[in-house]
Ligand binder design. Structure first.
Ligand SMILES: Cc1cc2nc3c(=O)[nH]c(=O)nc-3n(C[C@H](O)[C@H](O)[C@H](O)COP(=O)(O)O)c2cc1C
Length: 217
């Protein structure tokens, strides 16, 4: 089957894109409202795109009535948000936070998720999240029905048991994020495997000269 995206209604594009581009990691985004309430919303139009600068990206759709979601309203006001990664322990709470509550509802509390103050931004992170990333807005790209938010990570808080003893690499036995597939289908990263280049690959690779070596030639 073929689909001409230039002619397809947005809801069909959404269905096809989200059915095939997956699994998509889930950011449970926590923000602070003007009234001081804690807001939390899951976003699967999310990923990390760079480490220098450290940039994560969120895609926030407008509501059916054309209004902005609380997450976007809060991010525009404060310029700050926290991305909480989600595992099975947080799955039920995450779904609860996807309910369209009014802005004065403390969504993490309603969902039974304990929080603590972020270190560098005015928001709270989820204590049980495997990893929380505090972000400041780098830029927001506005489309008629969507805002794409680039956030610079300024602080990362990792739950101790998710890292190896030296605190360098993730512990895959413990950190098993969930991700969104199509519709209400999710997957958990509990069947991980290693894939390495063949031993001969070193001979085939184009030499990557360090700046020092380049100068010497
Ligand atoms: C797993 C999951 C992923 C979602 N991803 C997005 C997303 O990427 N962008 C978006 O605008 N809404 C997404 N939603 C819907 C929002 O979470 C939902 O509209 C929420 O009520 C917004 O809350 P807020 O008004 O507090 O910001 C997602 C929902 C779920 C359950």
């Amino acid at each position: 089957m073929e689909f001409d995206f230039t002619r397809l209604p947005p809801q069909d594009r959404y269905r096809l894109l989200t059915n095939f581009v997956g699994p998509r990691p889930i950011a449970l985004v926590t923000t602070r409202s003007a009234g001081g309430h804690n807001n939390a919303a899951p976003m699967s139009f999310f990923n990390v795109f760079s480490q220098d600068p450290p940039i994560v990206i969120l895609g926030v759709q407008t509501r059916g009535d054309g209004g902005e979601k609380d997450t976007l309203v809060n991010i525009r006001r404060t310029g700050e948000f926290c991305v909480n990664m989600v595992d099975m322990e947080l799955a039920e709470g995450m779904i609860m936070c996807g309910v369209n509550f009014s802005p004065d509802v403390d969504e993490p509390a309603f969902a039974g998720l304990d929080t603590a103050p972020c270190r560098q931004i005015d928001a709270r992170y989820l204590i049980r999240t495997p990893c929380a990333m505090e972000c400041r807005v780098e830029r927001i790209i506005d489309y008629p029905s969507r805002a794409i938010i680039l956030g610079e990570v300024v602080e990362m808080t990792v739950r101790d048991d998710c890292l190896d003893v030296r605190g360098r690499y993730v512990n895959p036995e413990v950190y098993q994020p969930i991700a969104r597939l199509h519709a209400d289908n999710y997957i958990v990263a509990d069947r991980q495997f290693e894939l390495t280049k063949p031993a001969a690959a070193a001979q085939w690779e184009v030499a990557q000269l360090t700046p020092q070596k380049k100068r010497a030639t």
